[in-house]
Design a protein around this ligand. Structure first.
Ligand code: ARG
Length: 448
C-alpha cells in the first residue's frame, strides 16, 4: 500500500512507473540505513512517550529482522513498493498491526531519505578514504624507493630541468593528500543529522533531535529544518566535487604513466598482466586500464553536473526532482571505489627503469643550473643566461648529484617525504576512530 493512499482513485500505472523510475532499485542500498534510522526514531518516540518501552522493543526486533533478511538478499525492493520507507513501514504493519502504523509519527519520508543517504554516504566515504590511503601509501613507497633517481623534468612536453622519479611521483602523493582534506571536509558536512526536520517545517511534538543525533553516531545536528530539506543535493555535490579532484589527479597520473611507459620514453614499465592487446596488431601491449582511468574523471564530472543542475534555482523545500540526485551520488561513490582500488593495484606493480630515465636527461637540461652557478659567482643572471645560451651545452653534469644538490624545501633533493608519511598515519588514525564510532552506533541500535 502507498503511504500516501487516501482510499480514493488509484494512481495511473504509467505515472507510477515514471515517478518511481529506478529509485526502488537504488533504495535496495538503503535498507540497512533506513532500519537504523527507524530504530533511532522509535527510541526517541519512546522517550517522548509516544511509544511504550515494550512497543519500542517490538519495533526494534522487527527492524533488526529486516536488516538480517536484507543481508541474506531476502528483502527485495520492487517497483510497486515505491521506496524503501514505504516497504519497511508496510512490512512493520503486516507484522505488528497498529504498532507498525505508529512509527511514522513526527517524521516524513523527506527526512528519512536524507538520514539514509547521509549514513550510506558516510560508510562509502570511509571505504573511499581507506582506499585513497592505500593508494597514497603505494605511491609514497614508489617515490621513496626512487627518491633520487633522475629523470627529465618537462614543461610544454619539452625537456626543461633535471627532475627525479621521487619528485614526480611524490607530487601526486601530496596532491592526493590535499584531496583527502577536501574529502574529510565533505565527510564532516555529511556527518550532520537531518532526522526530525520532517517535511521541512518541524512538528508540534517535543521530538528530541539531539537524541537521534547521538544514537545514529552523527557528529552534530543539522539545525534549521528547512535548510535540511533545501540542502539535499548540496552535500551530495560537495562529496562529488571532492571525489572529482581525486579523479582529476588519477587521470593526470594515468596520462603521465601512459606517456612514460611508451617505448619512446620507457621510464616505467606496467606489468604485462595489466596490459591489454590488439585484435589485429600482434605486438601491442596497451595501457587501456590507464586510459579508462583518465576517462572516468569525465564521468564523475557528469554525475556532479547532474546533481547541480537538479538543485540549481529550485524553490525552497522538498521537491520530487530531488529524488534524481540519488543515482548520480551512488554512481559517483561506486566509481571512485573502483578507480582507487584498481589504481592501488597498478601503483604497487609499476617498475621504474632507472637507467632509461637517467639516460634520457640530455645535457641541455642542465643549462639553467649552469647559468645559476655563474650567477652565484657574481655574474648578473641575465648575462649568465646569455653565456650559457651561446655555449654548445657541452658541460659535464652528473644527474644524481644535480638532483641531490637542490636542497631547499620541496626541491628534488629535499622532498620531505616523511611529512607525507606522517600525514598518512594521522589520516589512518582519524579513519579508525570514525569507523569505530560508526560501528559502535550501529551495534547500540541493533542490540536486542
Ligand atoms: N524516493 C523519494 C526521494 O528520494 C522519497 C521521498 C518522497 N517524498 C515525497 N514527499 N514524495 O526523494
Amino acid at each position: 500500500m502507498k503511504l500516501w493512499d487516501k482510499g480514493h482513485v488509484p494512481l495511473d500505472e504509467r505515472i507510477e512507473r515514471f515517478t518511481v523510475g529506478s529509485d526502488f532499485a537504488l533504495d535496495q542500498n538503503l535498507v540497512l540505513y533506513d532500519c537504523l534510522a527507524s530504530i533511532a526514531h522509535a527510541k526517541m518516540l519512546q522517550k517522548i512517550h509516544v511509544l511504550k518501552p515494550a512497543e519500542f522493543k517490538m519495533l526494534q526486533k522487527e527492524l533488526v529482522a529486516v536488516i538480517n533478511l536484507d543481508k541474506k538478499g531476502l528483502f527485495k525492493m520492487q517497483q510497486q513498493d515505491e521506496d524503501v520507507h514505504t516497504k519497511i513501514e508496510n512490512h512493520l504493519t503486516k507484522k505488528l498491526g497498529d504498532l507498525g502504523k505508529k512509527i511514522h509519527t513526527a517524521r516524513s519520508r523527506n527526512d528519512q531519505v536524507l538520514a539514509d543517504l547521509r549514513l550510506y554516504s558516510k560508510r562509502e566515504l570511509q571505504l573511499i578514504i581507506a582506499s585513497l590511503l592505500e593508494l597514497s601509501s603505494a605511491l609514497l613507497h614508489l617515490a621513496k624507493r626512487n627518491e633520487f633517481v633522475p629523470m627529465p623534468g618537462y614543461t610544454h612536453t619539452r625537456q626543461a630541468m633535471p627532475s627525479s622519479i621521487g619528485l614526480w611521483v611524490g607530487s601526486f602523493v601530496e596532491s592526493l593528500l590535499d584531496d583527502l582534506r577536501l574529502l574529510w571536509g565533505a565527510y564532516d558536512l555529511n556527518n550532520q543529522n537531518p532526522l526530525g526536520s520532517a517535511a521541512g517545517y518541524g512538528v508540534a511534538l517535543p521530538i528530541d533531535r539531539q537524541l537521534t543525533t547521538k544514537l545514529l553516531g552523527f557528529k552534530k545536528l543539522q539545525n534549521n529544518t528547512l535548510y535540511v530539506q533545501s540542502g539535499r543535493g548540496k552535500i551530495e555535490s560537495v562529496i562529488l566535487s571532492a571525489l572529482l579532484q581525486v579523479n582529476i589527479d588519477l587521470g593526470r597520473l594515468a596520462s603521465d604513466l601512459i606517456l612514460f611507459s611508451s617505448p619512446e620514453f620507457n621510464f616505467v614499465r606496467l606489468p604485462e598482466e595489466f596490459c591489454t592487446g590488439s585484435s589485429m596488431m600482434p605486438h601491442k601491449q596497451n595501457p587501456d586500464v590507464l586510459e579508462l582511468m583518465r576517462g572516468k574523471s569525465a564521468m564523475m564530472q557528469g554525475y556532479l553536473i547532474q546533481i547541480i543542475n537538479v538543485i540549481n534555482g529550485m524553490y525552497s523545500g522538498y521537491h520530487r526532482d530531488l529524488q534524481l540526485t540519488k543515482e548520480p551520488l551512488m554512481q559517483g561513490l561506486a566509481l571512485e571505489k573502483d578507480c582507487l582500488d584498481i589504481f592501488a593495484l597498478v601503483a604497487a606493480k609499476i617498475k621504474v627503469n632507472r637507467a632509461a630515465a637517467s639516460k634520457a636527461c640530455r645535457l641541455e637540461l642542465f643549462a639553467t643550473d649552469k647559468a645559476l652557478e655563474l650567477a652565484e659567482k657574481g655574474l648578473p643572471f641575465r648575462d649568465a643566461y646569455r653565456v650559457i645560451a651561446e655555449s654548445k651545452f657541452d658541460f659535464v653534469a652528473d644527474p644524481v648529484e644535480n638532483v641531490k644538490r637542490k636542497t631547499h624545501l620541496g626541491a628534488p633533493g629535499n622532498q620531505c617525504l616523511g611529512m607525507a608519511e606522517k600525514q598518512i598515519l594521522e589520516h589512518r588514525q582519524k579513519l579508525r576512530e570514525e569507523r569505530k564510532n560508526f560501528e559502535r552506533a550501529i551495534a547500540g541500535l541493533t542490540r536486542l
